[in-house]
Design a protein around this ligand. Structure first.
Ligand code: ZN
Length: 563
């Protein structure tokens, strides 16, 4: 028995836009093939550009390999789609592939990002405001060209129907054929393939839309690898040690959690532009050699507040309580104020408020607020915390909007637009690099003002508390260096600018006395290498919170504390 898989379309010649009823039905195999080739070629420009840029492929053999790579991508997509090629699922499945490919292609091309699990977490934790920042004409254009046009053709094309046993047989054969082509090509080019994959890990995150699907699958399987139903308690032996001087007032520690801070763009750290004029007049310490735990908010924030160092945290098998849980258990009053898209689970068990939806005139517009909003009614917010806890001390976390991109210009009030002209588009490639850096530097100028305002407010609390501030950003940012934008690249391949973060401390004399930490000594440590690994242990040490979880070797203040 011979089985004709591809029978040519009978009767009337089909044209792209002729009404569906008048056209002959097309065999699903052709539709699969066409969609696979379209996705492997047109939707994968970022991959082809990257491959052709690799020095190992800059010859004729490299070109042949690139073609073979395209065949492999097409074969994989073909095999995957053939599993979904049923009467009611064929068109929706291809549409999902096309849409995922179009979105992926846009973000990879526009921001130089790759799509991995961390990036997918970022996408899924993005709130509506952030999504609005990302939408623009270029994205719509890309969607139209890569997804909507082929979908228009797809949905107007009648697909030949057949009985389900026959369809089952066809799909199985298509799947086997796809796998065979994939395996055959891979074997033929095994050497080139394995060396490219080994030496240029970023390439695998560029294969569109398989990168998105892989990341989603990886994400979906994560909860099974890590038991997140149980929260492992830590520091159950915690207790608040006494202040070093008997007369000391209770601590008031403000942890400013910065957003998208580039250490190198702070004048305090040697940047050539006056981005931090107000902090320069305060008695602060700016640590110039500080490094983040992740390259995105979702990765960094939970890691910062964890007692585990970065490498252990990444491979953890369970979820643990964090710094705020420990401080609260020690009896301190803890409050998280969020002017961003949430605390990524870190503040779940402590009092928290969001200020980003307030409608304060002058501070808020279009559903978001400038960071100064977090200082509005701050005394009232603290007064509402339990009195017996406040008597022991207060720890406030202020989660900034900071320098969140790509719409940097939205983060600064008019008075802080000092570096001009600034980029006022969220399609960063529409702007010159100078405009982009201007818009970013203005956000640092505003953060400078915000931090100085925090310090000014803390000074008003000096009589009754021992205030201090620790400002650390969650991760850095790429501003077009090597054609990279934003952040979120896998840690191992991310450039330093995405990991090198500002870290600024301010101690009142009361806090210095109370904790025994010498700020003169700290000022001699500004180039010491520190990272988010130090955060948890340094805060515990500063507040003299005693527990077996505390690691003195990770306490950045300890070398400057009187024993
Ligand atoms: Zn962030």
């Amino acid at each position: 028995m011979s089985l004709k898989l591809f029978r040519s379309t009978e009767f009337a010649p089909s044209s792209l836009f002729s009404p569906a009823g008048q056209r002959a039905a097309t065999h699903p195999g052709w539709v699969l093939l066409f969609a696979s080739i379209w996705i492997a070629t047109v939707c994968n420009m970022a991959l082809w550009r990257e491959l052709l840029r690799l020095p190992d492929l800059a010859n004729a053999r490299g070109l042949v390999f690139a073609v073979a790579f395209a065949v492999m991508v097409a074969a994989t997509v073909f095999a995957l789609l053939s599993l979904l090629a049923w009467r009611w699922t064929l068109k929706p499945a291809i549409s999902v592939f096309l849409l995922a490919a179009a979105f992926g292609a846009y973000f990879m091309a526009a921001y130089g990002v790759v799509i991995d699990t961390t990036m997918m977490v970022n996408v899924m934790q993005t709130d509506l405001r952030e999504t609005r920042d990302l939408f623009n004409v270029r994205l719509l254009g890309r969607l139209l060209l890569l997804a909507v046009l082929p979908m228009l053709w797809l949905w107007r094309t009648p697909i030949r129907r057949t009985t389900w046993p026959r369809r089952l047989l066809q799909n199985a054969l298509f799947f086997i054929a796809g796998c065979a082509v994939l395996a055959g090509t891979a074997l033929l080019f095994f050497q080139d393939f394995s060396s490219v994959m080994r030496n240029h890990t970023q390439v695998r995150y560029l294969i569109n839309p398989l990168n998105s699907f892989y990341a989603l699958a990886d994400l979906a399987s994560k909860p099974f690898q890590r038991d997140s139903s149980v929260l492992m308690p830590i520091a159950q032996d915690v207790r608040l040690g006494p202040a070093r001087v008997a007369s000391a007032q209770p601590p008031l520690l403000v942890l400013v959690l910065g957003e998208t801070g580039r250490s190198g763009n702070f004048a305090l750290n040697g940047y050539g532009r006056p981005t931090t004029p107000q902090l320069a007049r305060e008695d602060v310490e700016s640590f110039r050699n500080a490094w983040s735990c992740g390259t995105s908010t979702a990765a960094s924030v939970p890691c910062m507040f964890s007692h585990l160092p970065r490498q252990v945290f990444e491979g953890r098998k369970a979820e643990y309580e964090n710094l705020l849980d420990v401080l609260q258990r020690a009896g301190l009053a803890v409050l998280w104020i969020d002017n961003q898209s949430g605390c990524k689970g870190v503040c779940e068990r402590v009092p928290h408020v969001s200020t980003s939806q307030l409608k304060l005139p002058g501070l808020c517009q279009n559903g978001e607020c400038f960071d100064a909003v977090m200082l509005d009614q701050i005394n009232e917010r603290i007064a509402a915390l339990p009195a017996e806890r406040r008597a022991k001390g207060v720890v406030l976390v202020l989660h900034q909007m900071g320098s969140h991109g790509p719409a940097y210009y939205k983060r600064t009030p008019a008075a802080f637009k000092r570096f001009m002209p600034e980029c006022t588009s969220n399609a960063l490639q529409d702007c010159s690099r100078e405009q982009l850096v201007n818009a970013y530097d203005n956000t640092i100028l505003y953060t400078d003002d915000f931090l100085a305002s925090v310090i000014r407010w803390l000074k008003t609390q000096e009589g009754v508390t021992s205030p201090a501030m620790i400002y650390v950003a969650d991760h850095g940012e790429s501003l077009g260096e090597n054609n990279l934008y934003l952040h979120g690249l896998p840690y191992a391949i991310a450039p330093d600018v995405q990991k090198h973060v500002p870290w600024i401390t301010w101690f009142s004399p009361g806090m210095a006395k109370r904790s025994g930490v010498s700020t003169d000594c700290l000022k001699r440590q500004l180039d010491a290498p520190i990272s988010h690994d130090n955060y948890f242990h340094s805060v515990l040490g500063l507040l003299n919170v005693q527990t077996s979880v505390y690691r003195p070797s990770l306490d950045m203040f300890r070398p400057c504390a009187t024993p």
